[in-house]
Design a protein around this ligand. Structure first.
Ligand code: XMP
Length: 509
């Protein structure tokens, strides 16, 4: 049976990070909402260990999220983190108090005693704390395993039952020996061997989809983004020509992108590849539209219409394949309590079409794992590591009304900016050009001009929820600006966007 650790979710902000840390040990980490799995199911599923996450509540509040205390009697090792540790203490007979005047936030000096959880951790180190409540008295059978100046129990352990609680956050990078603590739990205490690798994932997935989908007609909407491309490459290996990829070219792609996607899939992966040229259709629908949300809506709907029409031509299609990835699943709250935002892949296709089955081969993977799979399957680097590109494409980067002329101009300006940025190395997280609807006066060859203003945007970020504008070298900006104004006659002015997110968003529309 596959080695896996259950991450029981109590609504903490670092829960996905905990699962990632487990996977960094080559053990499959799976997040489940605290109230969606019973102790019996946990035992049946064969988890090697359980991690209880942090969360915003106080365990003694009447409606605080709690798991079944029988969890602690399964004989499976449990590590409670922050709220998870307090809950473990609370449910097994300890005492929790509110530390109104002694809350700890941020880096805190930690003193540890011995024990398997802290093997290799020095007596004094730094941990990351974020709590108001604390464990005032450990439950029967437990002993205090670490302290801080303000926290009489920064960690507790009942070694005979293999139950552990830490008040600090071992998963965040600020905890100096956090990875050692997690390693001790996952490998040392739970006895995992670390067999979960991307090669293993590919082998298992290929076998599974060959078994489940072989002989059926499978349709995949390929956008050319990382997720749908990797899903296509994986399914191509499993079922080859049973897979048909439909690539809707809406004319809102970057320079050369459509051809690149086509070459990659038609030539290298030998799947059935259909490139639908829908440029005119999208331009007609978008004519005269200036409002950003309206643009998005039109594009989403039109995409579905085009895709549907192609699917009809193929006759009976049994399976729809999608590039859904793990954060989409967790965040959409599929079978989950804490819905953060609802996420639709390619405009909610399954709702409008009639398929027997949906295949989501990447639904268990984080983005960096998806990239690793893509690289191992032989997808080109430029595709696997490509920067994010919004679904509505250049439509949200041409400010105001969209015309073919404006799109062509933006494609060229964007290609120049990307080329100059890439030549300088050290890439921002995302970098692109925007064609504003601002005309400005210029002078070229002694003549007055009145042309477009192009804005350049580059941001640095981990998660795109917040972002800072990238301090690109002046030389890069200088080269991009002079090339854009020289090579593109209609552009008179280039500006650089120096706004972070918040208050701005990454995209202009
Ligand atoms: P914002 O502009 O919201 O962008 O700060 C954050 C990230 O999301 C991308 N983005 C989109 N991606 N459909 C997408 O698939 C969209 O409608 C969309 N809008 C923004 C954006 O490029 C950035 O990476």
């Amino acid at each position: 049976m596959q080695e896996k650790i259950l991450v029981l979710d109590f609504g903490g902000q670092y829960n996905q990070l905990i699962a990632r840390r487990v996977r960094e040990h080559h053990v499959y980490g799976e997040i489940k909402p605290y109230n969606k799995i019973s102790p019996q199911q946990i035992a049946r599923e064969g988890y090697r260990g359980i991690i209880l996450t942090g969360g915003p509540n106080s365990v003694y509040e009447p409606d605080a999220p709690r798991c079944d205390a029988a969890l602690f009697d399964l004989g499976i090792p449990v590590l409670g983190i922050c709220y998870g540790a307090q809950l473990m203490a609370y449910l097994t007979g300890g005492e929790i108090k509110s530390a109104k005047h002694a809350s700890e936030y941020g880096k805190t000096a930690l003193s540890v005693r011995s024990g398997p959880l802290f093997a290799g951790v020095p007596r004094e180190s730094v941990c990351w704390m974020s709590h108001t409540d604390y464990i005032a008295a450990v439950p029967p059978g437990f002993s205090v395993a670490a302290t801080t100046d303000n926290c009489p129990c920064a960690a507790m352990a009942d070694e005979s039952r293999r139950l552990y609680g830490v008040q600090f956050h071992p998963e965040v990078a600020h905890t100096e020996y956090g990875m050692t603590v997690l390693h001790n739990f996952i490998i040392g205490i739970c006895g995992c061997r670390g067999l979960w690798t991307m090669e293993d994932f590919i082998t298992r997935s290929v076998a599974k989809y060959r078994r489940e989908l072989g002989g059926k007609k499978v349709l995949l909407a390929l956008s050319g983004g990382v997720d749908s491309s990797v899903a296509a490459a994986l399914l191509a290996r499993a079922i080859g020509r049973d897979l048909t990829c439909v690539f809707v070219d809406h004319g809102l792609l970057r320079k050369g992108e459509g051809d690149f996607v086509e070459q990659t899939f038609r030539d290298r992966f030998g799947v059935n590849f259909i490139r639908v040229n829908a440029q005119q259709r999208f331009l007609e629908k978008l004519a005269g539209v200036t409002e950003p949300e309206r643009k998005r809506k039109i594009i989403g709907e039109e995409f579905i219409r085009v895709f549907e029409a192609e699917a009809k031509k193929l006759g009976r299609v049994q399976v729809l394949a999608q590039g859904t990835i793990y954060p989409d699943v967790v965040e959409s709250g599929r079978g989950d309590s804490a819905t953060i935002k609802s996420h639709h892949n390619v405009g909610g296709l399954p709702a409008v079409m009639d398929f027997e089955q949906i295949a989501e081969p990447l639904a268990d993977l984080f983005k960096d794992e998806v990239r690793q799979v893509g690289a191992q399957l032989g997808l080109p680097r430029a595709l696997v590591y490509r920067q994010p590109f919004p679904g509505p494409g250049l439509a949200v980067r041409v400010i105001g009304e969209i015309t073919r002329e404006k799109l062509d101009l933006l494609r060229e300006a964007d290609a120049i900016f990307r080329e100059e940025t890439e030549a300088a190395g050290d890439l921002p997280s995302q970098y692109f050009a925007v064609l504003t609807d601002l005309r400005s006066v210029g002078v070229k060859g002694d003549a007055r001009t009145y042309g477009y203003t192009v804005a350049l945007r580059a941001v640095t970020t981990d998660d795109f929820m917040t972002a800072t504008w990238t301090r690109l070298p002046y030389e890069v900006l200088e080269r991009a600006s002079s090339r854009i104004t020289n090579e593109l006659g209609q552009v008179t002015r280039v500006v650089y966007d120096i706004t972070s997110k918040p208050p701005a968003t990454v995209e202009w529309e």
